[in-house]
Design a protein around this ligand. Structure first.
Ligand SMILES: [Zn+2]
Ligand SMILES: [Zn+2]
Length: 302
């Protein structure tokens, strides 16, 4: 599982920082999470193939999370995209995008599907043999969802030398990877455990932006490999967190601690701060495995 941060700053784009967008790579999937202004440029800068993005998840309809979407959809058309594109986001996202496409007479030449979300409880919105994705309802000024990505266990690892030793036909290797026992060339039944090893532990990633401090989410995200939690403010500006329904770095760390996550990635920094170093310091005082997202950063989640 690989996470690429395209943008992780709140509010307005600046010359060196971008509003929210990130790409999560799981197997052959490239999931785009939020799509603030400038996302296309950031995709180019980070050499991410446009054509591999088939699923886009929008947390909420504040501009710093989706103003890049219509541009990206339009560029896909100019690039002569053929594949289906699925957009998941709050009710209203279809209307706002289609109105712009209609008035600019830029109908797409590829199938575009909107999956509008309205529920206030977690729901599974994507599921295949490799990954399942569910919403994490968040508390913010408008209807907002985070997203929880859970890898499914992969195939068992074939111990090739053992398989040869037991004289197992190559044609049966696939069955072994699926956990089945097989018959060797000499007619003996070979137990799967003799020739395979457990697959790597499946990884999970919880994306939570934007939200007020809400311990109610911790049971859903318990034990995830990595949590991205917004930290718009430092504690020194905690009086701003409640009215704007954002969190401080310390509050993000409390959520990480209570949920027992593997690591905490901070982001959605207010652009009022000259440096983001203090966010890490503040979070570390509560939860030691805290780190900073930054634009262009690639993070392997293992
Ligand atoms: Zn935001
Ligand atoms: Zn917001």
């Amino acid at each position: 599982m690989k996470l690429t941060i395209l943008g992780c700053y709140a509010a307005t784009p600046r010359s060196f920082t971008n509003p929210t967008s990130q790409v999560l790579e799981i197997g052959n999937h490239l999931f785009l999470i939020d799509c603030g202004e400038g996302t296309q440029v950031q995709l180019r800068r980070n050499k991410i193939k446009f054509s591999k993005i088939n699923h886009i998840f929008i947390s909420h309809l504040h501009g710093d999370h989706f103003y890049g979407l219509v541009g990206l959809i339009s560029t896909f058309m100019l690039l002569n995209r053929q594949n289906d594109l699925h957009v998941y986001g709050p009710k209203g996202i279809k209307e706002v995008i289609l109105l712009q496409l209609k008035l600019s007479k830029s109908w797409t030449n590829y199938p575009l599907y909107f999956h509008e979300l309205t529920k206030k409880t977690p729901e599974v919105i994507f599921d295949d043999e490799r990954v399942s994705i569910e919403t994490i309802p968040l508390k913010h000024r408008v209807y907002t969802n985070g997203f929880l990505f859970r890898e499914k266990p992969g195939d068992r690892k074939l111990l090739i030398n053992k398989a040869k030793e037991y004289k197992i036909d190559v044609a049966l290797y696939k069955s072994l990877k699926k956990g089945k026992d097989v018959i060797a060339e000499d007619g003996k039944l070979i137990s799967n455990a003799l020739v395979t090893a457990d697959p790597p532990e499946p990884k999970s990633y919880a994306y939570c932006s934007d939200t007020i401090y809400d311990p109610g989410i911790t049971s859903q995200i318990k034990g995830v490999t990595a949590l991205y939690h917004e930290s718009t403010f430092l504690e020194s500006e905690s009086h701003l967190a409640e009215p704007t329904q954002h969190s401080t770095a310390k509050q993000a760390a409390r959520i990480a601690l209570e949920a027992g996550v593997g690591r905490l990635i901070l982001g959605h920094y207010s652009t009022r701060y000259d440096t983001i170093d203090f966010f890490k310091k503040e979070a570390e005082s509560i939860f030691s495995a805290s780190e900073l997202a930054d634009d262009g950063l690639e993070i392997i989640l293992d």
